[in-house]
Ligand binder design. Structure first.
Ligand code: NAI
Ligand code: MG
Length: 490
């Protein structure tokens, strides 16, 4: 697959910060390299925002807030719809940029990340005109009142996002925020800043006013400067639980609102009476989708003893058959991991499991090929609950399988984790499926399916998987304050 002219043109243009509607260099002139994880080669240099640039962006977002929050809902709705159409019109270009920067397959990016990002603008375009309040009766003897609620924007929102779905995660923060009348400073992940910068260009083209959306590429220190800033009213973060905890602590300075979408270690439970073919396919998709770099991946398989060998053999055969290769090669079925750091981390977990006595039923602890951060999907058996491979979020194509006998036993094992993002149950007995689904402590539960999703559905985590919910009809709650207005009727 060759690069589209628009992608080549974008790559050869300067990669600056978007502040107050202008593309500018970092004040101190610093830049960083973003690399292609399939080739390990530098792609381009990108401006690296420091705390001085954060100050500038916060001033711009604050100044833009009052006029933006007073635009009519219809105006915001039409603008959002226009941006959705622009994202669609540039889908091939976004998909190539995502494949270059993140490593994922071009087709997977186009049909997944980019298509959903465009839909997100249209979905929230509908909500802009439907942010309603309620009128509430009061009972004060001898006096009359009219009391009602309004939903108002929180103010300046810092959106800090990871690298696994770069454009989509950026849109998860920007879209609900601007729908509700907030202004935004987006900090893309240091591994994958490119599509956020291209989106910034399209936002200006669509007519988003200066300062309403600012884009500041940088590292953790850029994110930390935003989180500590007293001019920021809310932080919306997706990333590791470790950084989520730092954000919760750092936000205390001005008690800014915080929403967190953090890590996961989802249990995927297959009962003897499951449709085994579907369950195996679901376990493969759940385990290896997006190179396993997905917070809701089904990384812990629990299989009832009667079908354990059959399921393990089926998942192992499918894992071994997956062709790992460059995201630009149309014959590839899985791309590389995003970075050397993740590559080393994931291979380290696989080696550690083998050292601890576990068995690699599929995959390998060695890299695939000489170049690029490739890993063959793995299935690990002979695992105990205390092993790191079973307790930690690995964020790679690594699935463990453990047999179980009873429902009570598997529910206890499945819930034996600090995380609570997603979980799944496979059973043709609807009683079993719904009952076990209800007992699993997770924000999303899939019954006889995995990764089925829609922008209409709320998502978020129980326990240490986060605070708040994104998308669906709940998706604006974290981006609005509820105001109560009481008028005396004299
Ligand atoms: P991370 O949580 O360090 O980074 C996510 C974002 O937070 C990036 O934009 C980063 O620059 C920013 N950041 C880092 N430190 C910060 C701080 N102190 N204050 C504010 N922002 C900060 O994730 P990383 O290092 O890329 O990956 C490490 C592990 O985290 C992965 O192996 C995986 O287990 C997990 N992870 C989970 C994700 C999820 O969706 N739940 C997404 C990405 C990573
Ligand atoms: Mg980190």
């Amino acid at each position: 697959m060759t690069l589209l002219p628009a992608v080549s043109a974008f790559l050869s243009s300067p990669k600056q910060l978007l502040i107050d509607g202008e593309w500018v260099d970092a004040k101190d002139g610093r830049t960083f390299a973003t690399i292609n994880p399939s080739t390990e080669q530098d792609l381009v240099q990108v401006a690296y925002a420091s705390s001085v640039d954060v100050d500038r962006a916060v001033s711009a977002a604050r100044a833009a807030f009052e006029p933006w929050s007073r635009t009519t809902p219809r105006e915001r709705s039409h603008l959002l719809w226009r941006i959705g159409d622009l994202v669609d019109a540039h889908a091939d270009e976004f998909a190539q940029l995502e494949a270059l920067d993140n490593g994922k397959r071009v087709e997977a990016a186009r049909d997944g990340d980019i298509a959903i990002a465009a839909e997100l603008f249209r979905y929230f375009a509908g909500w802009a005109t439907k942010m309603e309040g309620t009128s509430i009766p009061m009972s004060v003897p001898g006096r009359e009142f009219h009391a009602y609620t309004r939903r108002e924007p929180v103010g300046v929102v810092a959106g800090i996002v990871p690298w696994n779905f770069p454009l989509l995660m950026a849109c998860f923060k920007i879209v609900p925020a601007i729908t509700a009348g907030n202004t935004v400073i987006l900090k893309p992940a240091e591994q994958t800043p490119l599509t956020a910068l291209r989106l910034g260009q399209l936002l200006l083209e669509a007519g988003v006013p200066a300062g309403v959306v600012n884009v500041l590429p940088g590292f953790g220190d850029t994110g930390a400067a935003l989180v500590e800033h007293h001019g920021v009213d809310k932080v919306a973060f997706t990333g590791s639980t470790e950084v989520g905890k730092k954000i919760a602590a750092a936000a205390a300075g001005n008690l800014k609102k915080v929403s967190l979408e953090l890590g996961g270690k989802a249990p995927n439970i297959i009962f003897n009476d499951a449709d085994i073919e579907a369950a195996i396919a679901g376990a493969v998709l759940g385990g290896y989708f997006n190179e396993g770099q997905c917070c809701v991946n089904g990384s812990r398989l629990y299989v009832q003893r009667g079908v354990f060998d059959e399921v393990v053999a089926g998942v192992a055969a499918a894992a071994a058959a997956i062709k790992v290769g460059d995201g630009f090669d149309p014959t590839s079925q899985m791309g590389p991991l995003v970075s050397q750091e993740q590559h080393e981390k994931v291979l380290g977990y696989i080696r550690g499991a083998v050292r601890d006595g576990a068995v690699l039923t599929a995959g390998s602890a060695d890299r695939v090929g000489e170049r690029g951060f490739f890993v063959q999907p793995t299935l690990i058996t002979g695992v105990h609950e205390e092993m790191a491979v079973q307790t930690d979020e690995i964020f790679g194509p690594v699935v463990t399988a453990i047999p179980f006998d009873t429902e009570d036993e598997v529910v206890a094992a499945a819930n034996n984790t600090v995380y609570g993002l997603a979980a799944g149950v496979w059973s043709t007995n609807i009683g079993t499926a719904h009952r076990v689904g209800a007992r699993l402590r997770a924000g999303t539960v899939w019954l006889n399916t995995w990764h089925a999703d829609d922008v209409t559905l709320p998502r978020g985590g129980f326990k240490q998987s986060g605070w708040g919910r994104e998308l669906g009809s709940f998706g604006l709650d974290d981006y609005t304050e509820l105001k109560t207005v009481i008028a005396e009727l004299r």
